[in-house]
Design a protein around this ligand. Sequence first.
Ligand SMILES: Cc1cc2nc3c(=O)[nH]c(=O)nc-3n(C[C@H](O)[C@H](O)[C@H](O)COP(=O)(O)OP(=O)(O)OC[C@H]3O[C@@H](n4cnc5c(N)ncnc54)[C@H](O)[C@@H]3O)c2cc1C
Ligand SMILES: *[C@@H]1O[C@H](CO)[C@@H](O)[C@H](O)[C@H]1NC(C)=O
Ligand SMILES: *[C@@H]1O[C@H](CO)[C@@H](O)[C@H](O)[C@H]1NC(C)=O
Ligand SMILES: CC(=O)N[C@H]1CO[C@H](CO)[C@@H](O)[C@@H]1O
Length: 339
Amino acid sequence: MNVSESKSYFAMKIIVVGGGVVGLTTALSLLEAGHRDVKIMAESFDDTTSHVAGAVWRPFALSENSSTEAIDRWGHATMLWLTKIMEQYGTDTVGVQRTPGCEYHDHPTTSHPYWAHSVENFRFLTPDEAQAQGNTPYGFSYTTLMINPGKLMLWMRRQIEMRGGRFEQAHVTNLDELQCDYIVNCTGLGSGQLLNDKNVFPVRGQTIKIQNDQIKNFYLREIDHVYTYILPRPGGQVVLGGTVEAHNYSTTCNQEDIKAILARTSSLCPAVVGSKILGTKAGLRPQTTTGVVLKADSRRNKHGALVIHNYGHGGSGHTLHWGCAQEVLQWIVPGHAKL
Ligand SMILES: Cc1cc2nc3c(=O)[nH]c(=O)nc-3n(C[C@H](O)[C@H](O)[C@H](O)COP(=O)(O)OP(=O)(O)OC[C@H]3O[C@@H](n4cnc5c(N)ncnc54)[C@H](O)[C@@H]3O)c2cc1C
Ligand SMILES: *[C@@H]1O[C@H](CO)[C@@H](O)[C@H](O)[C@H]1NC(C)=O
Ligand SMILES: *[C@@H]1O[C@H](CO)[C@@H](O)[C@H](O)[C@H]1NC(C)=O
Ligand SMILES: CC(=O)N[C@H]1CO[C@H](CO)[C@@H](O)[C@@H]1O
């Protein structure tokens, strides 16, 4: 590649649609790779599903049709990146913190979960420990990362801005409207309507946000497909959950669910009792029947832009985003540029 070719290559116009964690990380990766003309268009930048999440680094609520090998690769890359920015900039700046905790299950895990190599200090609990702490026969403990999504996403937006990325608040009704060389679709559940993808559906999750500086560990429990979790965000907010309801589009809070979540989390971790409740929120995890959709479209839009898809991260967007963004880069190469 000579100098003038490389100039035009990095000057290519790229529009990322979606301002959740997946869109932000995609834009940041493009800018870090040297692209200069990157714009994010999104309906919302501060009230997305990504903001509702706990969020813990832990593959969860992904389609059974997802490739474990790909999830492991994306997840591990994201773990390394989150650890790097935490160590470089500090928890107070990026909202990422190393956090120990336990999981309790009513069914056995005979071998290490595939993602165990990405976390620290993974070990199985003895049956006595699992029973005493979680009231289940099985469990394991490990140290992973807890993320304050609002804080991390604000930091990412500043990083994008510093590198010359732009933001536009807009609802995109049709990708054909967009005039550019590349479009990356990071619209999460919005992909269902925008792309007319019938395989996209929500997995609803009810949450409660409390303030409690005393809760330092995360807890996850699964009994009879009922999930209970306690996720302490860096900074003293704790997210309690949850529900896992496929195909339910309601973002209205359900008072019965809220009562049940408070009862289950209080019994799992008595420190929850009496905490100040900051709010309740129901979020829709963007799921697909085929797993994460990460691919270039075979078709260009009306203006000749190549469309690359990056959506459907289910209950794991905060666990997979950076790894997925790295793979988006492979399609944005000179050979694919609009002629
Ligand atoms: C209750 C709950 C708990 C969770 N906990 C965790 C966790 O602990 N760990 C974890 O890894 N993951 C967790 N998740 C999953 C995680 O939140 C999602 O996977 C992630 O937020 C998906 O990110 P996204 O950027 O694809 O989508 P979103 O955050 O939904 O962002 C989509 C973006 O696209 C924009 N958009 C959509 N349609 C259009 C359009 N037509 N025009 C313009 N803009 C559009 C939206 O405005 C938004 O900016 C949880 C999810 C829920 C609901
Ligand atoms: C979806 O969730 C809402 C809120 O919890 C509930 O009222 C409604 O009955 C649910 N719908 C279905 C079809 O389950
Ligand atoms: C997995 O794929 C099969 C076949 O396409 C489909 O029937 C099934 O519903 C999918 N599973 C999920 C959880 O979406
Ligand atoms: C307008 C446009 O090009 N949208 C495309 C986005 O991607 C899906 C495939 O997943 C196409 O069906 C849409 O046409």
